[in-house]
Write a protein that binds this ligand. Structure first.
Ligand code: CTP
Length: 400
């Protein structure tokens, strides 16, 4: 499934902040997702990055002045720009532009476009910490929220002006998620979703561990899709190489016991639990403090069973909607059905790991969903992101 931004026409307003250079990367990222980008540079923005750079990167004309140039005499730029786009993103947005928008002024092209627009507006503030914290700026931002604009909160950290605190332009991943939410149905808004992902590792000695082939891709895809659909997401992940999505809470764990503790710690008040993690069923009975040396001939490795995390929550009185995953290499549906019942689940996602396209490290998957009611739904081979959307569709349908 392409990004919800695919085919969308985005107007990017770039203001006069040291973070204006990041606008170049935003143009590239948006185009990579299949969006068309038109840049409007404020007078301040033009001082930091030339319009030539933006026109080369966007493959589009860059706008700056209020009035049309010779070849576009028939167009009124602020009206046509506001009509021709699906969304306005202002990144970076300076205190000055935020104040202009708050007052409803239209004394430069960007503010006039915003005033004339009937499309979503996303504002990403970037400025000195004191300017950001000033009651005037905070009041202006509140006004913008009142107008229905989306504000992407700035990050905290070391600023170009050597001060530390809030005011740093948000990361692209965070901004992108806000944009994608605007073009995705928000049917999980207000829902809290707890997802586990990846393998666990059970250490044997300081250099060795027992683990499995799980990459975490399916669980991370579910987290990303739940975020896009408006959920508040907690992701508990075993060791993976994947970039962490912009979840509300992220917990990195290593062993099955750590994963169990984390799940128990975050379980309360969740609406949905999706246990995608491939939790190790066993761990070495003894952990050797020092590296085991060869030369001792045969070595046998006694193992003890880990708790079953889903089973430990099966009879909880305030349990959320509980979904398990069953990675099977034979008798898929029967094994899935057994686990659904044994673990008292509301739904189980059965996954054939014997096929290279549906296995652990693959970017694609094909699954069968077994509902508690006995209903069975097949999701044919597609990307893990698509599969995650289809799983969430099923959950939303049952919950509603
Ligand atoms: N699971 C769990 N705790 C464990 C093992 C598994 O909560 N200690 C969860 C998994 O996250 C998954 C579901 O149970 O959602 C099924 O996991 P799976 O490994 O397929 O099943 P097991 O119960 O471990 O059975 P088996 O390994 O015998 O197939």
């Amino acid at each position: 499934m392409p990004s919800p931004l695919h085919g969308k026409k985005i107007l990017l307003g770039v203001c006069g902040s040291i973070a204006a250079f990041k606008g170049c990367e935003f143009v590239r990222s948006l185009r990579k997702l299949g969006a068309e980008v038109t840049v409007v540079l404020t007078a301040g923005g033009e001082r930091f990055v030339s319009s030539l750079t933006f026109s080369a990167l966007s493959a589009n004309k860059v706008y700056g002045g209020m009035f049309a140039d010779e070849e576009e005499r028939h167009r009124i730029p602020h009206i046509s720009l506001s009509r021709d786009h699906d969304l306005i993103l202002i990144a970076p947005a300076t205190a000055q532009t935020i104040a202009r928008l708050s007052m409803g002024m239209a004394d430069d092209l960007l503010s006039a476009v915003v005033l004339a627009a009937n499309i979503p507006v996303v504002v990403c503030p970037a400025m000195n910490t004191n300017m950001y914290n000033h009651p005037a700026t905070q009041h202006n931002l509140q006004n913008l929220t009142g107008y229905g604009y989306t504000i992407v909160q700035p990050d905290s950290g070391k600023m170009a002006c050597d001060e530390e605190g809030p005011g740093r332009l948000a990361d692209w991943d965070d901004i992108c998620l806000h944009l994608e939410c605007l073009f995705t149905r928000q049917d999980l808004a207000g829902k809290r979703v707890l997802i586990t992902a990846g393998p666990t590792e059970e250490p044997l000695d300081p250099v060795r561990f027992l683990s499995n082939n799980s990459s975490g891709k399916m669980g991370y895809a579910l987290a990303q899709s739940a975020l896009r659909r408006g959920a508040e997401v907690t992701l508990i992940s075993g060791p993976t190489d994947l970039a962490v999505p912009c979840v509300d809470i992220f917990a990195r764990v290593r062993t099955a016991a750590e994963m169990q503790n984390a799940v128990h710690a975050h379980f309360k008040n969740q609406d949905i639990l999706i246990m995608v993690a491939a939790v190790s069923d066993f761990r070495p009975a003894h952990y050797a403090k020092h590296k085991l040396k060869k030369g001792i001939g045969e070595l046998s490795l006694p193992l003890v069973a880990n708790d079953d995390i889903l089973l430990s929550l099966a009879d909880h009185k305030d349990r959320p909607f509980m979904v398990g995953f069953a990675a099977e290499s034979e008798n898929h549906l029967q094994s899935g059905q057994d686990k659904l019942q044994r673990k008292n689940l509301d739904m189980i996602v059965v996954n054939d790991i014997s096929n290279i396209n549906t296995g652990f490290k693959s970017d694609t998957n094909a699954v069968t969903l077994l509902h508690r009611s006995g209903q069975q739904v097949s999701i044919p081979l597609t990307t893990k992101l698509d599969v995650s959307m289809a799983i969430l569709d099923e959950i939303v349908e049952v919950l509603s």
